[in-house]
Design a protein around this ligand. Structure first.
Ligand code: ADP
Ligand code: ZN
Length: 523
């Protein structure tokens, strides 16, 4: 019998209409699908919400055989398969949660050519029995979803993924499609090398989300600022990301106490509890979700108007993915990050204990994140640059662009602080130092006898937040450092000593109050 004609973009378009109800492909989708239909290895780098699923699902439907999709998250697998089935596409998933009887029936659907898409976890795929089973099938292609998981440089490294190189060895003729929403340059390279892709076509759609207003605020009185922000945006749904479960619960309580419809979400809750909160948020019954980063994977809610980071994220990939959940509809949305030097310290501790072989890498990424938070230039430029994109001009939609920091000679101001640090015998934490500079009479000040030192009250003319900002700038500029092991005591560096002794000057960025920096611009 003659071979059936190879499927074309036209047949793909018909499938798009028939199964998804869409009239046309998005520009990048059409190019990607042509590449896949041409049998090429293909890499798809597209932000969340860009429409990656269509890119491999449509070719899977129009081609002969079954498309084997590798996906790391059981929950996502289930959702995708259910969505496909609801649209009339024959799809199934196999992972540890699927019983033997059902696996047998799925296997026979594969063998008789009925199934178009088979989702599997990497563990399942790589088990010997399963690879043998695959050899009996007609496979149209392998689709590797969340392909960044293959890279130890990526933010979500899964060791199982590195074994996927077996696919090319064992199925040399079958095209591989790798898809991801987050891949910096090194991760992109890792994906291609590790999957042994053969002259792949790489499609990079812009990661820019110009509708997101990027804001970084000092991490002082975060709870109060967040409550105030949510109160000022009563009709807008949003997510607050916190590092710890405890913070999630406390923050959600504070919001609720103000009459805001808020809920919390973290991995310590039962699947039922989490499902209920997620559902309520999707249905707009909850305005705000306070969550750990466990929340958001696979959430498809287009009208999230703001994402707030209570803590500094561990790296830029994670941050980008999380803020990307705001403004998917393209309308203006806010991404606000609270930056607190203390977070850098706790994250450093965490990362050092996490995974010893990755410590250095993770610390480097944390540094990049910190640099973003401390940046004095357009934040969007920094962000896009991290993902290998160049923005030709400043964005105009970040706090820095809107309100460029002015600098001033902060030498005198720094000398006051540095001198107080020395007079407090380098034992004071930031909060105590500020209290002493501002002449506060609280317990800690009095027990230390710090109201007796010469610099007590020398900075009473400046509000707490201003001092907080300037001391952090001094830390970032290397005049001071924090002795973590000594109750976070501030200590002088050589550079700090030079400034204190007037041998060196210091430029400081003028502290900007919150309201000013947040005012949205509508171009
Ligand atoms: P990703 O996997 O990249 O995050 P999805 O595949 O989930 O994105 O697609 C995001 C949304 O865009 C979905 O609601 C999807 O149905 C929709 N979509 C995808 N392709 C098209 C298209 N060609 N026309 C209209 N909507 C589309
Ligand atoms: Zn900018």
């Amino acid at each position: 019998a003659p071979e059936p004609l190879a499927p074309t973009l036209d047949s793909a378009r018909r499938v798009l209409k028939q199964y998804y109800g869409y009239d046309s492909f998005r520009p990048m989708q059409a190019d990607i699908i042509e590449s896949i239909l041409g049998g090429r290895d293909t890499v798809v780098l597209m932000p969340t919400g860009g429409g990656k699923s269509v890119c491999f699902q449509v070719p899977a439907i129009v081609q002969e055989g079954v498309c084997v999709v590798v996906s790391p998250l059981i929950a996502l697998m289930k959702d995708q398969v259910e969505a496909l089935k609801a649209n009339g596409v024959s799809a199934a998933y196999i992972n540890s949660s699927v019983g033997q009887g059902e696996q047998t029936s799925i296997a026979s659907d594969c063998l008789n050519g009925y199934l178009k898409l088979l989702y599997v976890s990497p563990e399942k795929l790589l088990s010997e029995g399963f690879l043998q089973f695959l050899r009996r099938l007609r496979i149209s292609m392998f689709a590797i979803d969340e392909a960044h998981c293959i890279s130890s440089w990526g933010h979500d490294f899964r060791p199982e993924y590195t074994q996927l190189k077996l696919l090319r060895e064992q199925f040399p003729q079958i095209p591989i499609i790798a898809l991801t929403a987050t891949a910096d340059r090194l991760t992109q390279r890792d994906i291609q090398q590790q999957l042994r892709l053969n002259e792949p076509r790489v499609f990079l759609s812009s990661f820019d989300r110009p509708n997101l207003n990027l804001i970084v605020r000092p991490g002082q009185d975060r709870v109060g600022s967040i409550v105030e922000f949510v109160e000022r945006h009563p009709d807008e749904a949003g997510i607050v990301y916190c590092l710890s479960r405890k913070q999630c619960e406390t923050m959600a309580e504070k919001l609720k106490a103000k009459g805001i419809r808020a809920g919390h979400y973290h991995a310590g809750m039962t699947p039922n509890q989490r499902g209920a909160v997620q559902e309520a948020f999707l249905k707009d019954d909850l305005q705000a979700i306070v969550a750990t980063i466990a929340f958001g994977m696979g959430i498809d809610k287009s009208n999230v108007r703001w994402v707030i980071h209570y803590n500094l994220p561990k790296n830029i990939e994670g941050y980008y993915q999380e803020i990307g959940r705001a403004g998917r509809d393209g309308a203006p949305a806010t991404a606000m990050l609270f930056y607190n030097f203390g977070d850098v310290m706790s994250l450093r501790d965490m990362l050092t204990k996490d995974n010893p072989s990755l410590t250095q890498l993770n610390l480097t990424k944390l540094e990049r994140m910190q640099q973003f938070a401390e940046a004095a230039g357009c934040r969007r430029k920094i962000l896009l640059n991290y993902f290998g994109e160049v923005l030709p001009q400043d964005c105009g939609n970040c706090d820095i662009c809107r309100n460029p920091p002015t600098t001033f000679d902060g030498s005198l101001l720094a000398q006051k602080a540095l001198s107080a640090v020395v007079r407090m015998r380098e034992r004071a934490s930031i909060g105590l130092l500020i209290d002493v500079l501002r002449g506060m009479r609280n317990q800690a000040v009095l027990t230390g006898g710090y109201d007796q030192i010469k610099t007590y009250g020398a900075g009473a003319d400046l509000p707490y937040l201003d001092w907080y900002s300037y001391i952090h700038q001094m830390l970032n500029d290397g005049l001071l450092y924090i002795a973590y092991e000594e109750g976070y005591a501030l200590k002088l560096t050589d550079l700090g000593r030079e400034v204190l002794q007037g041998q060196r000057t210091l430029a400081l960025k003028k502290f900007q109050p919150a309201e000013k920096a947040e005012k949205p611009t509508r171009a």
